[in-house]
Design a protein around this ligand. Structure first.
Ligand SMILES: C[S@@+](CC[C@H](N)C(=O)[O-])C[C@H]1O[C@@H](n2cnc3c(N)ncnc32)[C@H](O)[C@@H]1O
Length: 387
């Protein structure tokens, strides 16, 4: 018979063996906090094209524990409202809240270098599981967690209370941080942002750390770890690949509908030096977002089933359309920003520099800009100014 205590121990041991869980105090938290309590009323299991609702109430207790401790990210809300107890059967939808995979959450908490007395701000409470781990380590008074969705926040608050943590669960837009309890020693975001809000840096003590995923594509995003300086700027690097659902206020609506209307008027057409298919790989996708912030990559096929690829920046009314003939790609570009020229220049320089990985990217955030750079080449430098 599966029991929660041994499931938690098993998961902690697996995380230690994988080199993710290192600190004894965090191990104690993983062994003590019941993940299944944070999954009520249920989860949606990924079945490819559909999501299968599974609730605690309608599932064999042993099976429910297996789901809770199998190490996966577990989706708890679809399309901003739907929960497993309200779905009669498999459904189609987009995940909007989840309990992130324990390996990811634990790895991020380890990266925070927490010490007793630290005050933490978490953005994206979700189920409350990650907040509970930090409460176990630091005490409930030193953890503030912000969730934008009122129903999600209410469920997390109830689960945290039931687990014995009367922490500060705030309903609101975490992109604003939570100035009322600032300053913090650590800010951790478990949703992705297009850029790190300066509010997070302003609300962090000098020497404190801000940790969050940057990027707006579903792939090609990176985990930024920044240290806040005495002058109110923050600097650090992208420490690895990381994938999270987008922060709601910054989420970009996918480009859909009549693509040919968007690409009707091109200003120029040429052969590409680099295949646009590289944008399906993680690091080139990350570079594309640095070189053309605001651009989205779209895949489609023409009437004959031939692949079509696009970059669209709807805000700047600019596009790049890629057409293939044999293995040769042609790009048609239109609008004020030649998106592919910018992206391709970065890709060529990145290749010439020996294709450095994502952890070679440095980032400096000021109130007015994000400056990204890679030391290997002076042209690998991108400044995003807030104008
Ligand atoms: C991946 S889940 C968080 C996982 C959670 N930390 C856990 O361990 O269970 C991301 C959460 O971020 C929330 N979110 C999205 N945009 C937000 C915003 N602007 N401010 C605060 N929370 C936000 C979503 O509603 C979702 O619940």
């Amino acid at each position: 018979m599966t029991d929660p205590t041994s499931e938690r121990r098993r998961m902690a041991t697996a995380l230690m063996k994988a080199g993710v869980l290192k600190s004894p105090w965090l191990r104690a938290a993983v062994e003590s906090v019941s993940r299944e309590r944070f999954l009520h009323p249920g989860v949606f299991l990924d079945e490819g094209r559909t999501w299968r609702p599974v609730t605690a109430a309608n599932t064999d207790p042993g099976e429910w524990l297996k789901i809770a401790y199998n190490g996966d990210t577990l989706t708890t809300q679809l399309d901003g409202h739907l929960t497993a107890d309200r779905s009669g059967g498999p459904v189609v939808g987009v995940p909007t809240s989840s309990s992130t995979a324990p390996a990811t959450v634990v790895g991020m908490i380890e990266t925070l270098d927490l010490a007793r007395g630290h005050r933490v701000l978490e953005i994206g409470t979700g189920t409350g599981y990650s907040a509970a781990l930090m409460c176990h380590c630091l005490g409930e008074d030193d953890v503030t967690t912000v969730e934008v969705d009122a129903q999600v926040a209410a469920r997390a608050d109830a689960a945290l209370e039931a687990a014995g943590f009367s922490t500060w669960t705030v309903t609101g837009d975490g992109l604003l941080g939570h100035p009322y309890r600032a300053p913090y020693d650590r800010v951790i975001a478990t949703c992705a942002v297009r850029r790190i809000p300066y509010a997070w840096i302003r609300q962090t003590r000098a020497g404190g750390v801000v940790l969050g995923t940057v990027g707006s594509w579903p792939w090609g995003t990176g985990l930024a770890r920044l240290t806040v300086g005495d002058d109110g700027t923050a600097e650090g690097s992208i420490i690895g690949r990381s994938s999270f659902m987008q922060a709601r206020a910054q989420a970009v609506a996918p480009v859909a509908g009549d693509l040919s209307a968007r690409t009707a008027y091109a200003d120029g057409e040429r052969r590409t030096q680099v295949s646009p298919l590289v944008l399906e790989e993680w690091m080139p996708a990350f570079l594309a977002q640095l070189a053309a912030p605001g651009a989205q990559f779209v895949r489609a096929t023409d009437g004959d089933g031939a692949p079509l690829r696009y970059l669209f920046d709807p805000e700047r009314e600019s596009f790049a359309e890629f057409l293939v003939d044999d293995e040769n790609w042609t790009v048609r570009q239109g609008g004020p920003v030649a998106l592919w020229d910018d992206v391709e220049r970065s890709l060529v320089a990145w290749r010439a520099a020996g294709t450095p990985e994502i952890d070679s990217v440095r980032l400096r955030v000021t109130p007015a800009s994000h400056l990204y750079w890679i030391d290997q080449a002076s042209s690998l430098r991108w400044e995003h100014r807030i104008t």
